[in-house]
Design a protein around this ligand. Structure first.
Ligand code: PGA
Length: 250
């Protein structure tokens, strides 16, 4: 899976225009899933552009209730009506800037699954945590609490995105070895909590300063199943990433 997280970038008309560029440039890439996640207010217009293409629509966030007094929030039912098929949950910016906890993230993941949306569940350690040798400990807590209460069938539908916080938007990408080590740890943890079949079937994406220059080395690693891309998804470089995936997948 190649997923573009546009974050708080592009107005609805800019998003529509760029989606149109992508529809043309990415036509024919069918060996993996391609998602783009524009801002909420651009979803409707982007949907019009991508609806008959191989590009699928993701949202950057959602709330776990259907409707009601939750000012500023958006429900999965609302997203589904706009053609959204996946939703990014627990992005480090949501955790850090908007105070999202593992418990809240768990509720959102459960709700997304109940509504038939694919959760793209983000985890990752800060630089300080890595320097203190806490990376695996942090990842284990995030995975256990984020997936708490999910059965085997449900967890297979979750996409996990390992995004070390120190690599997001910094230009400092994890080395393929660092990323592979973390992905391998997460997969082994899934085997421990669930079973080997679950561990092998869960898609684990890498995210954090992915560019066409560094992506090949990451994507050839055995436990890296794709990327969640921020900055490089806002430009033509997203197409380059798709080309790299296609070349590796053959
Ligand atoms: P970046 O963001 O590619 O700009 O580092 C990745 C993400 O936050 O998903």
């Amino acid at each position: 899976m190649l997923a573009g997280n546009w974050k708080m970038n592009k107005t609805p008309s800019e998003a529509q225009l760029f989606a149109n560029t992508l529809v043309n440039a990415l036509a024919g890439f069918n060996s993996f899933d391609i998602y783009i996640a524009p801002v909420f207010v651009a979803l409707d217009r982007v949907r019009e552009v991508v609806s008959s293409s191989n590009i699928k629509l993701a949202a950057q966030n959602m709330y776990y209730e259907d409707s009601g007094a939750f000012t500023g929030e958006v429900s999965p039912k609302m997203l589904k009506e706009l053609g959204v098929q996946a939703v990014i949950i627990g992005h480090s910016e949501r955790r850090r800037i908007f105070g999202e906890t593992d418990e809240l993230i768990n509720k959102k993941i459960k709700k997304a699954l109940a509504e038939g949306l694919t959760p793209i569940f983000c985890i990752g350690e800060t630089l300080e945590e890595r320097q203190k040798g806490l990376t695996f400990c942090v990842l284990e807590k995030q995975v256990r609490e984020g997936l708490y209460g999910l059965n085997t069938d449900d967890v297979k539908k979750v996409v996990i995105a390992y995004e070390p916080v120190w690599a997001i938007g910094t230009g400092v990408v994890a080395t393929p070895e660092q990323a592979q080590e973390a992905h391998e740890f997460v997969r082994a943890l899934l085997a421990k909590i669930y079973d080997e079949e679950v561990a092998q079937s869960v898609t684990i994406l890498y995210g954090g300063s992915v560019t066409p220059e560094n992506f090949f080395g990451l994507f050839v690693k055995p436990d890296i199943d794709g990327a969640l891309v921020g900055g490089a998804s806002l430009k033509e470089s997203f197409v380059e990433l798709a080309k790299i995936m296609a070349s590796v997948l053959g």
